[in-house]
Design a protein around this ligand. Structure first.
Ligand SMILES: O=C(O)C[C@H](O)C(=O)O
Ligand code: SF4
Length: 513
């Protein structure tokens, strides 16, 4: 088993940095079906570029490298204790090498373990099988899309869809609702795994197992195949689109599994995965641990390069869109001039801040002057090279988590713009209007694309919060994001939510009676 740890390390690096071929094909098809000049089309181009950059830089596709979850099949007699130790060692090494973000945090104190090891992390499921080789599959599913998982207990009353009973039609409604409630917050367009039945725990497990299926496979269960096809068609009529910007493509894959349940329970569990659908697998020689084969189509075989024509057409039309170049810090006048739909290109110093910082700033002072500042909801992957820090991956995190604090913090410190993804709620929108500030939506998961905009790490505060939660002060060049909430009470997110809810209601009538 000399090679086992090395093979697992290769699996981790490949999963985090090189999106598999079947996922790439699906994203390419989405890009082709979306008008290249729309917000969704532009986002899909950036996503395509980010996928290529991650492969080329051998760096994380998204800064949130997720909860490492392994499913391992071993021949009878293989030593699972040794495998477990070596998987943990490979995880720690991949973290040290900047291929995984330090993502394991003490739930009570918030202390970051620093190496992705800790109670419950990584997740390793072992199964025995009657084959001679070891099969290891890994999924790196990020926290933002994990937060959009949902479990229904039937019968239920669903917003927009009415009663969902204990039958195929009730299940149909739950799945459509699951896609609707995710909006753009899980970095749509996404993939869903659905588990029908089980108890609350095994139902979710079944849903996650579905995410190990190939995107292009066909469900052997006839009813479920029909349901998968139905969901793919109808969910893509909800108009949520990439990043929740509106558009033709909302769902990239739907895989449904079923298991028995107790007579009293009827759960439908949905696992939502962002477009950064990072899962891979390897077949290993059980004696040596040598890597024999990759289990999913390799990313390298499917180029994300765009057809010349499409990119040029998008560029031409994009020039008609208002692009505003600003240097941070910003003035009230500059931000009041911005409208939903404008593209803002920022240079100067930007500050990261997410959950721990927002909570802290509610009743403490800021270590730096935030007057006119731009706060980026981001927990980057950082590496220290000698004495200097480098930004290795730095896409936005889901902003709605800061909703309870954001409005107050904007006003308290004089912040003029917040960058994140997925949008924020009514309280923040009111504060933007009152105080004079904007919300900018960056493209979720495009961590390599944005990392390139950070030319220097000026300094850092609150390292005690851990790397993702610390406040990084980053010298920035040409960071582009779209105004989706302005200082005039307009919110693209509120608009898309309202429209998609009306569309959801079209699917109220029974289909699988
Ligand atoms: O934790 C992060 O960096 C992002 C997270 O996965 C999110 O989608 O909000
Ligand atoms: S930021 Fe978006 S792409 Fe990255 S893990 Fe979170 S949901 Fe996925």
């Amino acid at each position: 088993m000399q090679q086992f740890e090395e093979s697992v390390y290769r699996l981790i690096v490949e999963t985090s940095t090189n999106l598999p071929g079947d996922v790439r094909q699906t994203i390419k098809a989405a890009r082709a079906s979306e008008d290249a000049a729309t917000r969704a089309g532009l986002s899909l181009s950036t996503i395509g570029r980010n996928i290529e950059m991650a492969e080329c830089n051998v760096s994380p596709i998204c800064q949130d490298t997720g909860m490492p979850t392994f499913v391992v099949h071993t021949p009878v007699g293989a030593n699972q204790l040794i495998m477990k130790d070596q998987i943990r060692a490979a995880i720690a090494r991949a973290t040290k090498d900047g291929k995984l973000r330090t993502n394991s945090v003490d739930s009570l104190t918030g202390a970051n373990s620093g190496d992705n090891l800790g109670p419950g992390t990584p997740v390793i499921h072992f199964e025995q099988w009657d084959k001679p080789d070891i099969d290891i599959r890994l999924i790196l599913k990020g926290g933002g899309c994990e937060n959009k998982n949902i479990q229904y207990s039937l019968p239920a009353e669903l917003e927009g869809l009415g009663k969902a009973g204990r039958d195929l039609d009730g299940i149909r409604k739950c799945i459509l609702h699951a896609v609707y409630q995710a909006q753009g917050q899980g970095c749509s367009a996404g993939f869903i795994g659905v588990g029908i039945g089980g108890d609350r725990t095994t139902g979710y497990e079944l849903a996650k197992q579905q995410l190990f299926r190939r995107v292009d496979d066909v469900n052997p269960h006839e009813d479920l195949r029909k349901l998968e096809d139905y969901v793919m068609d109808k969910a893509n009529r909800l108009g949520i689109g990439t990043m929740g910007f509106g558009g033709e493509v909302t769902l990239l894959g739907c895989k449904i599994g079923v298991m028995n349940r107790l007579p009293a329970s009827f759960f439908v569990s949905v696992a939502y995965n962002c477009w950064a659908y990072r899962r891979q697998g390897v077949l290993l020689n059980a004696q040596t641990g040598d890597l024999k084969a990759w289990l999913y189509p390799e990313g390298t075989e499917v180029s994300m390069a765009e057809e010349q024509g499409a990119a040029a057409a998008a560029d031409a039309q994009q020039s008609e869109r208002r692009e505003v170049r600003l240097t941070m810090p910003l003035t009230e006048e500059q931000v009041r001039d911005l409208r939903v739909g404008d593209i803002v290109i920022l240079s100067g110093e930007m500050h990261t801040g997410r959950d721990a910082l927002h909570k802290h700033l509610m009743d403490h002072d800021s270590p730096v002057d935030l007057n006119g500042a731009v706060i980026y909801h981001c927990g980057p992957v950082m590496m220290k090279d000698g004495d200097t820090w480098q930004v290795k991956a730095a896409g936005p995190t889901t902003s709605i988590r800061e909703e309870p604090y954001q409005g107050d913090i904007l006003k308290k410190f004089g912040i003029r713009a917040v960058i994140g993804k997925g949008g924020m709620g009514a309280k923040t929108l009111a504060a933007l209007q009152e105080h004079g500030a904007v919300y900018l939506n960056a493209i979720g998961g495009a961590a390599q694309y944005y990392a390139e905009c950070f030319t220097h790490v000026n300094s850092v505060d609150f390292m005690e919060f851990g790397i993702p939660e610390a406040m990084w002060h980053l010298q920035t060049r040409d960071f582009a994001a779209i105004v989706t909430m302005d200082a005039h009470g307009n919110s693209l997110h509120a608009e898309v939510e309202r429209d998609s809810k009306a569309k959801l209601a079209q699917f109220k009538d029974p289909v699988f009676a």
